[in-house]
Structure formats: C-alpha cells, structure tokens
Design a protein. Structure first.
Length: 174
C-alpha cells in the first residue's frame, strides 16, 4: 500500500514537473512576445521621431519657398517689361527667319529632286541585285546536282573497290 502511495506520489511529481515545463515554456513565449512588442514600440518611436524631424524640415522648406515666391512675383513684374521689349525685337527677328525659311524651302526642293534621282538609282540597283541572286540560286542548284552525281559516282567506285578487295580476300582464303 505504501508502495502504491509512493508510486502515485511519484506519478503526481512527474505530472507536476511536466506541467511546470509547459508553464515555463508558456512564460518564455510570453517573454519573447513582450520583448518583440518592446522592439516594435521602439521602432515606432524612432519612426515618429524621424517623421517629426521631417515635418519640421518640410515646414522650413515651405517658409523658404514662400519667401522665394514673393521674390519671384516681384521679378515677374520686371520681366513683363523686358518681355514687351523682347517681343518687339522678336518680331524683327521673325521677319528675318521667315526670309531664311524661304531660302531653305528652295534648298529642300533641290534636295527633293536629288532624292528622287537617288531613289531611282537605288531601285535600279535593287533590280540588278535580284537578278544576281536569281542567277546565284540557279548556279547553286546546278552545283548541287553536280555534287550529287560526283557523290553517287564515288559511292559506286567505293563499292566496286570493296567488291574487288572482297574477291581478292576470298581468293586468298581458297
């Protein structure tokens, strides 16, 4: 009976040790989760800090751009005056360019005539090339036929030679 009690007690102890191991594992997992959350929290804090610094930088940029815009608006009114003067100068230059365009059109007409002549020459050369290609194809076909006949003749000669060698060999054996 005492042995049964000891065995039961030993079984309870083993069960308790198994439960303790499970509880320790659960606690370790919980600690890992907590540590992971702490790391995530630190990362988020760092991101928030970086975004705050970026926001401050952007606000400074906005202020700087606003001042630049005011300066540009002042320059814009001055530029309008300069543009009106440039417009008058541009009209004079446009007239000169129009004269140049007319001269270029004349040159383009001459070049167009030359291009047509060159196109005609090129078409003629293409036609000659096609004829040459056709002649080459015919020549290749003829050469293939001759090559076939030569190969056939060589095969016949080889077979005749082998026949003579075989007959000679048989005669030697007899």
């Amino acid at each position: 009976m005492l042995t049964d009690s000891l065995q039961k007690l030993q079984g309870d102890i083993q069960l308790a040790e198994g439960n303790e191991a499970q509880h320790l594992e659960i606690i370790r997992e919980a600690e890992n989760l907590v540590q992971g959350r702490k790391t995530e929290l630190e990362t988020l804090k760092d991101q928030i800090s970086a975004q705050q610094q970026e926001l401050l930088f952007l606000e400074q940029q906005i202020n700087q751009r606003t001042e630049e815009l005011r300066g540009l608006e002042d320059c814009l009114s001055q530029k309008k005056g300069h543009l009106q003067e440039a417009l008058r100068d541009g009209e004079t230059e446009a007239h000169e360019k129009l004269c140049q365009i007319r001269e270029i059109k004349v040159l383009l007409g001459e070049l167009s005539v030359e291009k047509k002549d060159l196109d005609a020459q090129m078409n003629e050369k293409k036609a000659q090339l096609l004829v040459l290609k056709k002649d080459i194809r015919k020549e290749e076909e003829n050469l293939q036929g001759i090559l076939g006949q030569v190969t056939k003749h060589k095969m016949g000669m080889c077979l005749d030679f082998l026949g003579f060698v075989l007959i000679g060999f048989i005669l030697i054996l007899i």
